[in-house]
Design a protein around this ligand. Sequence first.
Ligand SMILES: Nc1ncnc2c1ncn2[C@@H]1O[C@H](COP(=O)(O)OP(=O)(O)OP(=O)(O)O)[C@@H](O)[C@H]1O
Ligand SMILES: Cc1cn([C@H]2C[C@H](O)[C@@H](COP(=O)(O)O)O2)c(=O)[nH]c1=O
Length: 202
Amino acid sequence: MLVTLEGLDGSGKTTVREALRERYPEATFTREPTDDSWYGDAVYRSIGDDEADPLAELFLYTADHADHLSRVIEPALERGDLVISDRYADSRYAYQGATLEGFDRLDVDDPLAYVRELHAPFTIDPDLTIYLDVDPAVAAERAGATNKFERAEYLESVHRNYERLLAAEPDRFVRIDAGQETDTVLADVVDALAEHRENGAD
Ligand SMILES: Nc1ncnc2c1ncn2[C@@H]1O[C@H](COP(=O)(O)OP(=O)(O)OP(=O)(O)O)[C@@H](O)[C@H]1O
Ligand SMILES: Cc1cn([C@H]2C[C@H](O)[C@@H](COP(=O)(O)O)O2)c(=O)[nH]c1=O
């Protein structure tokens, strides 16, 4: 079973991931961008480059996803593991969908739809996506604006894209109010995951 954690920078994904690691020590924990491959290294170089070409950046993230699928996700699912990924393809749909909005070298009406179509032929859809929903201004403040993505105005646009994704696939997403106290957020996430595991195939 593939579970993904999604949300704005500073929404609390790392905090949730570490709590789930304690609760499910047997699970495979992973993340995007990956932190153990040269594809991931390339993505982090791009994140640190304010002048990075937005289209080139989309393909770097997408290459990292392709490698992540074949090297980590597929083998873990084949072993029957519970797989929990901190960020996954929805981050691309939401973030690069926002970055490419109005980018004049990409001739498409709907960048989010374009990024989804790019992934459709090869990605593996999550069984459950836990969306940590937080106000973009709160997210930017919590994240501390350490990179070009962690700015409230940009995060507003990413937030709107996540809303589109939730509206399109309401059965896959569980929305958690990430503006609550940390312990309440963690309890809600644990409940959502337990309920999904009880009701669905593992
Ligand atoms: N529910 C919460 N209430 C208040 N502060 C929180 C909450 N959850 C996390 N934080 C704090 O917000 C900051 C960012 O949290 P965290 O690193 O878990 O978020 P993240 O989504 O992984 O961020 P990023 O995507 O930037 O890595 C940390 O200082 C963390 O302690
Ligand atoms: C996977 C992915 C990530 N991003 C952005 C979101 C963050 O600002 C950074 C790094 O992620 P972290 O979880 O905060 O370490 O990259 C993105 O724009 N597109 C993606 O596909």
